[in-house]
Design a binder for this molecule. Structure first.
Ligand code: FAD
Length: 505
């Protein structure tokens, strides 16, 4: 029988990675499995990056409780993980009396949820703070505890900190079924073999319903993927006056199409919210792009189509779980539980927005559930919460850059011109605790290929570096795992074959 773990976590999105990271505080053998070639390739890599203040969630729901609790955790967490985070606050903008009435409701909801410092400001005040907003804005809800993070960096850093603290991470390892003794889970069957543990945490995001069904838990619970599409604007062309998030007044479809800064300096526009049939369909459609464009343009008329440099789509794991709070009638809550009918499972499900914000609080709740189930969690004396970030060349001053190049000349070779990413940074990520082994893994970690040329300049260089460092042929280098290779054959070989066929060689 293979090694027995104390806890196996299924899924290395932000939730699973933070669960593993916080659990690594304790004297536990932990295994984190992820079906993809890298951590954070699911919904955690395609969202608005907002740390929601917490006025949107239904009071008394798991969503509201974990959201508001987590907002206070992000400043320390970001510092410990060495990632960007800005508590810039956010605005919900109203353009008529009806929308002002909705703002009053949101303010009241925020108060019930315990969101501090919120206020409704008048049209003149919000236009003063963000002059690019449409001129007929009559007021806005201001939430100073709203913020922006970097979801790519957050997930990678959380998983990396977990690994530094002894968690075993197995990538390309897909959960297939539970191994059970009666109604007790004793392990998981995966495409890489069986692994045994006393506890399994279901953090499988969009697939959490299918995972829990394998254990016979909540057969009525289903996740319907709800797609959100986005457009990204060139940072050289357009900036908001301040780093911020501008929401329209929400409707029955959700929070609406925002215009917001990212901590990488771009402005994003989106998302819409449309149910799709497939849990893999992250396409951006022509209709979707039009929908978000008109929503964004309505809010900030100064944006122009010619500023668009990229698009992406993400899928919300929209569930149908009734809230555990009997005082509220709400059927789209987060599931955070140890189910009664099986033993050995911590079950998470329906973690749609504000799931990125709420993730650290969900992780703490997982620990509380384990303690409540009688686990005697003993602190690890040498737990290190700090993950030191690697140098980011473009963030350094000239002297620091010169010093870095002096130590390692690879930092003097620019691979991505738009974002000023150096070969040194790419090499550092390939040789980091969770090695980047694909183009997208490099992109998520260094921001190479995200600028105006969208990889046109850097991609061949990154492929060559990956090929050399991983000791594989350039044809074996992929964008995001098997089936996404960039190169098929050497051009010279194709020409040679052709000439041979023609009898010219
Ligand atoms: C359009 C959009 C906008 C959003 N905006 C925000 C926002 O601004 N703020 C906010 O707080 N939240 C936001 N969210 C929600 C947030 O992104 C999610 O709640 C959060 O990322 C969920 O994290 P997760 O770890 O549960 O899921 P994921 O990131 O999807 O991680 C689950 C992981 O499990 C893995 N997995 C699945 N099945 C298996 C298996 N069988 N074996 C092994 N591994 C498996 C997947 O590959 C994946 O890596 C948004 C979501 C969307 C779609």
């Amino acid at each position: 029988m293979s090694k027995e773990y104390d806890v196996i976590v299924i899924g290395a999105g932000i939730v699973g990675s933070l669960v593993a990271r916080y659990l690594s505080k304790y004297q536990l053998e932990i295994l984190l499995i992820e079906k993809e070639v890298d951590v954070g390739m699911g919904t955690s890599s395609a969202n608005s990056a907002a740390i929601h203040a917490g006025y949107d969630a239904v009071p008394g729901s798991n969503k509201a409780l974990t959201n508001v609790m987590a907002v206070d955790m992000w400043p320390q967490l970001s510092q410990e993980l060495g990632i960007a985070y800005e508590r810039c606050g956010d605005y919900v903008v109203a353009v008529d009396d009806e929308e002002m009435r909705v703002l009053e409701e949101l303010l009241e909801r925020g108060k019930q949820n315990g969101v501090p410092g919120m206020e409704i400001i008048c049209g003149d005040e919000i236009r003063k703070r963000e002059p690019l907003l449409r001129p007929d804005v009559v007021g806005a809800l201001w939430a100073p505890t709203g913020g922006i993070s970097d979801p790519f960096a957050a997930t990678i850093a959380a998983a990396e900190n977990a690994v530094m603290n002894g968690v075993t991470l197995k990538l390309s390892t897909a959960f297939e079924d539970f191994i059970m003794e009666g109604s007790r889970i004793i392990g998981v069957r995966t495409n890489q073999g069986n692994f045994y543990a006393r506890w399994v945490v279901n953090a499988a995001g969009l697939y959490a319903d299918e995972v829990m069904h394998k254990a016979g838990v909540r057969p009525e619970f289903t996740i319907r993927p709800r797609r959100g599409e986005y457009l990204i604007l060139d940072k050289a062309d357009f900036q908001l006056t301040n780093t911020t998030i501008l929401f329209p007044t929400p409707s029955s479809k959700g929070k609406g199409i925002l215009v917001a800064s990212t901590l990488h300096g771009n402005v994003i526009v989106g998302p819409n919210a449309n149910f799709v049939d497939s849990k893999e369909n992250k396409d951006v459609t022509k209709e979707g792009a039009e929908e978000i464009w008109s929503g964004g343009k309505k809010l900030v008329p100064a944006i122009e189509r010619k500023y668009i440099i990229a698009e992406f789509g993400g899928l919300r794991a929209t569930g149908n779980a009734p809230s555990p709070n009997p005082d509220i009638n709400y059927n789209q809550d987060f599931i955070i539980e140890i189910p009664e009918n099986v033993q050995g499972l911590v079950n998470l499900g329906g973690i749609e927005s504000p799931g990125f914000t709420a993730a650290p609080a969900i992780a703490i709740q997982v620990i509380e559930l384990l303690k409540g189930a009688g686990e005697d969690l003993k602190a690890k004396p040498n737990w290190n919460p700090v993950r030191t970030p690697r140098p980011v060349f473009r963030h350094l001053n000239r002297e620091e850059q010169a010093h870095l190049i002096g130590k390692d000349p690879a930092y003097g070779r620019i691979v991505c011109r738009c974002e000023m990413v150096t070969e040194g940074e790419i090499l550092a990520e390939i040789h980091s605790p969770i090695p980047a082994t694909t183009y997208d893994a490099i992109k998520r970690r260094t921001w190479t290929g995200t600028g105006r040329c969208q990889g046109g300049f850097d991609m061949p260089r990154v492929v060559a570096i990956l090929s050399q460092e991983l000791g594989i042929s350039p044809e074996a280098v992929t964008k995001k795992g098997q089936g996404s290779e960039f190169l098929f054959r050497r051009t010279k070989d194709v020409v040679k074959d052709h000439l041979t066929v023609e009898g010219l060689l």
